[in-house]
Design a protein around this ligand. Structure first.
Ligand code: ADE
Length: 436
């Protein structure tokens, strides 16, 4: 069921959302609320920020348009922003990642406007992006830069109140940097992805665990003893390779960057070109952020029953047109798996339609890691509202002080203490004179 049509900015509807909503089914709210409650004790940093935001109201009077995966973890971020006084419209950053029960609970239990339905087609996806932008936001909060890109295609309509934006992911940052390099970026954007408390944890441990989670939920397959091919050895690839090895797989890494390739060798993995890996792999996962990584020539030599998945942001990493072209039929094997039967009888199993397998076939990164990513989002949003008018139109890192504060609160939440520098050590580090 699609709920009420989006309403115009500022008008409250009967669920108490400021800008209306468009979701699958409001009756799913109970299940969504239970998941949001369950995650509560895994997000200590967001909880601490929420408590301060409630008192200080730093976002009061500001509108935030967010285009993020609509998940339990995102719900905690939205609730935190609302506690700080923001009015929010949330749309999905991927057609297949929305958790419909979470969307329902955000609307019903928290009065937040959501425009997202799992499985929506491309037109609906962009209608929802436009609904979020129709609130004329002061801040855009992106995961993949679809809001920023849409604003830049229609600046008069959507861009007039924007102070700045935040970006969650590597792929989005690449898009923003190319916009900035062409001199076309029209407001400052903070790259949340570049914070240490984001990519060192979310990309590595989040993608590592949740990608394996998606593969196991979709296939129920034993990982031990398989040859597991990781395409791309950035932070996501590193995390994934580590977790696949932990489960007993023989891990093969493919790379185009000689430094990352060398790193993978020294980390103890087999490194080879995709064409060779394609012949020996049982499970293939792309995490490159690039396009057409697994192509026709690779599908042609894969073993019977190979599993192929993507955990990079967009669904362009696997050349699905080539896979379709090579196959004589495509059957639904089980939830989340399309089985392509090749002309020669080999079967290749595609997981999650080639979209982010961790979100399409599981629940994405767990709350314990999104806590830090989304703390960076909340604090970057607050920072932009304070400082945005003094910032140039460029892509900025998260201020180091925010990054360090998030790590400190997280350690506290985990009950872990660390040491402090002594006065002598501080002096030593500040000196260029003291040698051996
Ligand atoms: N990206 C990866 N996992 C996520 C999650 N659980 N929620 C929101 N965005 C994510």
């Amino acid at each position: 069921m699609t709920a009420t049509a989006p309403q115009s900015a500022g008008s409250a509807n009967k669920e108490g959302t400021p800008f209306g909503f468009d979701i699958q089914d409001i009756e799913l709210a109970k299940s969504g609320k239970a998941k949001i409650d369950w995650a509560q004790n895994q997000v200590p940093v967001l909880k601490a920020i929420r408590a301060r935001f409630e008192k200080e109201q730093p976002l009061k009077g500001y509108r935030v348009a967010a285009c993020l995966h609509v998940t339990t973890e995102t719900a905690h971020l939205m609730i935190t922003l609302k506690a700080g006084g923001a009015e929010i419209a949330l749309c999905a950053s991927n057609p297949l990642s929305t958790q419909d029960d979470i969307a329902a609970s955000l609307v019903k239990d928290f009065g937040i406007s959501v425009f997202a339905i799992r499985g929506e087609d491309t037109d609906t996806y962009y209608d929802h992006v436009n609904s979020a932008l129709s609130i004329s936001p002061h801040v855009t909060m992106d995961d993949g830069a679809d809001l920023v890109s849409s604003v830049h295609k229609n600046p008069e309509k959507y861009g007039k109140d924007i102070i700045g934006g935040t970006e969650e992911t590597t792929t989005g940052v690449i898009r923003l940097k190319s916009l900035a390099a062409e001199g076309k970026l029209s407001f400052p954007v903070i790259s949340v992805n570049d914070a240490d408390t984001k990519h060192l944890f979310d990309n590595r441990y989040g993608t590592g665990q949740s990608t394996i989670d998606g593969i196991i939920r979709a296939t129920n397959q034993l990982i031990a003893g398989t040859t597991f091919v990781v395409l791309g050895y950035g932070w996501c690839g590193k995390g994934l390779a580590q977790r696949a090895r932990g489960l007993g797989a023989q891990v093969v890494v493919t790379e185009v960057d000689p430094i990352k390739g060398l790193e993978a060798v020294m980390d103890g993995y087999q490194v080879m070109p995709i064409q060779e890996a394609a012949k020996i792999g049982d499970i293939f996962v792309s995490v490159t952020g690039n396009t057409s990584v697994i192509r026709e020539e690779h599908f042609k030599v894969m073993k019977d029953n190979a599993l192929v998945a993507n955990s990079g942001h967009f669904d362009v990493e696997l050349d699905l047109k080539a896979l379709e072209k090579l196959s004589k039929s495509d059957v639904f094997a089980r939830n989340g798996i399309h089985q392509f039967v090749m002309e020669d009888g080999r079967k290749i199993n595609l997981l999650g339609e080639g979209r982010l397998v961790n979100l399409a076939c599981a629940e994405g990164h767990p709350p314990g890691v999104m806590d830090m990513s989304f703390a960076n989002q909340a604090l970057s949003c607050e920072y932009l509202l304070k400082e945005g008018s003094n910032m140039k139109t460029d892509v900025y890192p998260v201020p180091r002080i925010i990054d360090e504060r998030i790590a400190a609160i997280k350690l506290e939440g985990l009950g872990v203490n660390i040491d402090e520098l002594t006065a002598e050590q501080k002096k030593y580090l500040a000196s260029w004179e003291i040698g051996t």
